[in-house]
Design a protein around this ligand. Structure first.
Ligand code: G3D
Ligand code: MG
Length: 366
């Protein structure tokens, strides 16, 4: 009876506790098994995972915790993004490929760099010594030694737990017990120190956002200045060349990602303008025809009035035509452009014959 009451009290106490949102960071070298672990925790089949390019995110509910785990890519070129998530992380899950002894030094360096960061130092870290199912995988003690784990975590005042595990041995409820145990430990130490940790995270996150905003503005300012400089240079160059402002020839590039509604409106306007133009052309054709007729009429009248001069011009044209016909008739056959020379008599290059894949030429016309 007493134990029933005690468990009821415990349940009631937990029920009254507010839901705590916690963000965890899952990092480690590429191929360590981070995504497989994250999938297993989420209840998905952990094998056949594609390499993580940027990051993936999983959400789960664990007691009074709403947990978000950021699974970040671990490739050498994207490790730089890890630090962008340090401020908002309450703790870290560091996954190690225990079967890859050759990369232990690299693992140690990555871990050391992370732990010494002021936004991570002092936060709890769970080390998953993964791939224990693989033959020759280093055991817990060896991993601790290879990574100088004790020294590292003491130096940076991080609470630490290491769990030897295998991410592919099961998923969901059947996930490796060591992973489950490690996750409970991490959430437990976070809960124990939640208020202080939460305060630090709020402060760090606000600072980080302000810094990011400042960096964004600085970037925008740099771009603006560069554009201005370029425009000025172009203008100066154009003035030197005497070709006028190039800026007029090279207007601001239009945004290729315009909202579809504005594109539709613009197209309708274009169509409208096109129709108007055609109508005007039609009207002006009518006018033109009228003008032409009027002009011809004037010309004819002119011919009648000034027939001497017109007849003279007509005679000149007739003479020119006659002379040209004569010249063509007198031309020797050999002087005429042949099929093997261009109109100006220059020899044409030989006809290119497409080659078969095996190198044999084949007929163009078959
Ligand atoms: P990453 O997210 O840290 O880069 P992944 O690593 O989760 O993508 O896993 C990399 C490879 O290791 C995957 O194999 C995955 O199946 C395998 N792996 C992950 N955990 C374990 C484990 O505990 N044991 C064994 N044997 N393999 C594991 P592929 O073949 O898809 O590259
Ligand atoms: Mg991955």
């Amino acid at each position: 009876m007493f134990s029933l009451m005690a468990s009821c009290c415990g349940w009631f106490k937990r029920w009254r506790e507010p839901v705590r949102k916690v963000t965890l960071l899952m990092v480690g070298l590429d191929n360590a098994g981070k995504t497989a672990t994250a999938k297993g925790i989420q209840g998905e089949y952990p094998e056949d995972v594609a390499p993580t390019v940027g990051f993936s995110k999983i959400n789960l509910r664990q007691g009074k915790f709403e947990v978000t785990i950021f699974d970040l890519g671990g490739g050498i070129r994207i490790r730089g993004i890890w630090k962008n998530y340090y401020a908002e992380s309450y703790g870290v899950i560091f996954v190690v490929d225990s079967s890859d002894e050759e990369r232990m030094e690299e693992t140690k360096e990555a871990m050391s760099e992370m732990l010494r960061h002021p936004r991570i130092s002092g936060k709890p870290i769970l080390v998953l010594a993964n791939k224990q199912d693989k033959e020759g995988a280093l055991g817990e003690a060896d991993v601790i030694e290879c990574l100088s784990l004790e020294k590292l975590v003491n130096e940076h005042k991080c609470l630490c737990q290491i769990e030897p595990c295998s991410a592919i041995s099961g998923y969901g409820k059947k996930i490796d017990k060591s992973i489950k145990k490690g996750l409970f430990w991490l959430l437990h130490v976070i809960a124990r120190d939640f208020d202080a940790l939460n305060e630090r995270i709020q402060k760090d996150t606000t600072e980080q956002r302000a810094l990011e905003e400042q960096e964004k503005q600085e970037r925008a300012e740099r771009v603006r200045k560069l554009r201005e400089e370029r425009k000025q240079n172009e203008q100066e160059q154009a003035e030197l060349d005497g070709t006028g402002s190039l800026a007029q020839l090279d207007p601001e590039p239009t945004n290729p990602f315009q909202p579809i509604a504005s594109v539709i409106i613009e197209n309708e306007r274009k169509l409208e303008r096109e129709k108007k133009k055609q109508k005007m052309e039609k009207d002006s054709d009518g006018c033109h025809l009228k003008h032409k007729m009027e002009h011809e009429q004037i010309e004819t009248e002119g011919q009648v009035n000034d027939s001497g001069q017109k007849n003279n011009e007509f005679g000149l044209v007739e003479n020119y035509k006659e002379a040209l016909t004569q010249q063509l008739e007198n031309e020797d056959e050999t002087d005429r452009p042949s099929l093997e020379s261009d109109f100006y008599g220059k020899p044409l290059p030989p006809l290119a014959v497409p080659q078969r894949p095996n190198g044999d030429a084949h007929d163009v016309i078959s």
